[in-house]
Design a protein around this ligand. Structure first.
Ligand SMILES: O=C(O)[C@@H](CO)OP(=O)(O)O
Length: 206
């Protein structure tokens, strides 16, 4: 029986995570800590005895670099990899590049939390989680899920909100439940799927 393995990992800490800036589609690289987190993700996957047949990532540096470092730890630097902007972070629009604490001072704690974590409220000029889901889900269904269901062991290195969108579907979370869901940088989540694409098991390697 095939394994139907799907591992999701958020990129390690980026330069803009460190500076507390809204990032979205901006393209900062990993910090030293982010590099260490990505390597640690690879070590944790190796310790689980896992290896992969295919990987997916976004067109942003921090996710690609995380994937490369993770695969290097696994000794799989030549793994077939697909890059697509469907997996990019949620576009933060006009907030991109602003400091998150400055934004709280300007618009209030609650409004900023709604922009950051709600399902269907878009930040000005940007995407809501619902908008993000509208591009990540078709890509998942058309490109990623068929690999998993064929038994190709699949690794996805992406972003806090593009992964929250996928997790909402995988774990059947409501808009209220997704509000409270945070993803740590560089922590792999291991899913095994049933043949009908529902989740059979989940292991968070935090
Ligand atoms: O700035 C961003 O693009 C994201 C991820 O770092 O931040 P947030 O936690 O606000 O969704």
């Amino acid at each position: 029986m095939s394994d139907r393995l799907l591992v999701l990992v958020r990129h390690g800490q980026s330069e803009w995570n460190l500076k507390n800036l809204f990032t979205g589609w901006k393209d900062p690289d990993l910090t030293e800590q982010g590099i260490a987190e990505a390597r640690e993700a690879g070590r944790k996957l190796k310790a689980q005895g896992l290896s992969f047949d295919i990987a997916f990532t976004s067109v942003l540096k921090r996710a690609q670099h995380t994937l490369d470092l993770t695969l290097a730890e696994l000794g799989q630097t030549n793994l077939p990899t697909k890059r697509d902007l469907a997996l990019n972070e949620r576009d933060y629009g006009d907030l991109s590049g602003l400091n998150k604490d400055d934004a709280r001072k300007k618009w209030g704690e609650e409004q900023v939390h709604i922009w950051r974590r709600s399902y269907d409220v878009s930040p000005p000029g940007g995407e809501s989680l619902k908008d993000t889901l509208a591009r990540t889900l078709p890509y998942y269904v058309q490109e990623i899920q068929p690999c998993v269901l064929r038994g190709e062991r699949t690794l996805v290195a992406a972003h806090g909100n593009s992964l929250r969108a996928l997790i909402m579907v995988l774990e059947k979370l409501s808009p209220k439940e997704i509000l409270a869901r945070e993803l740590a940088t560089g922590v792999p989540i291991i899913y095994r799927l049933n043949a009908d694409s529902t989740v059979a098991s989940k292991l968070d390697l935090a």
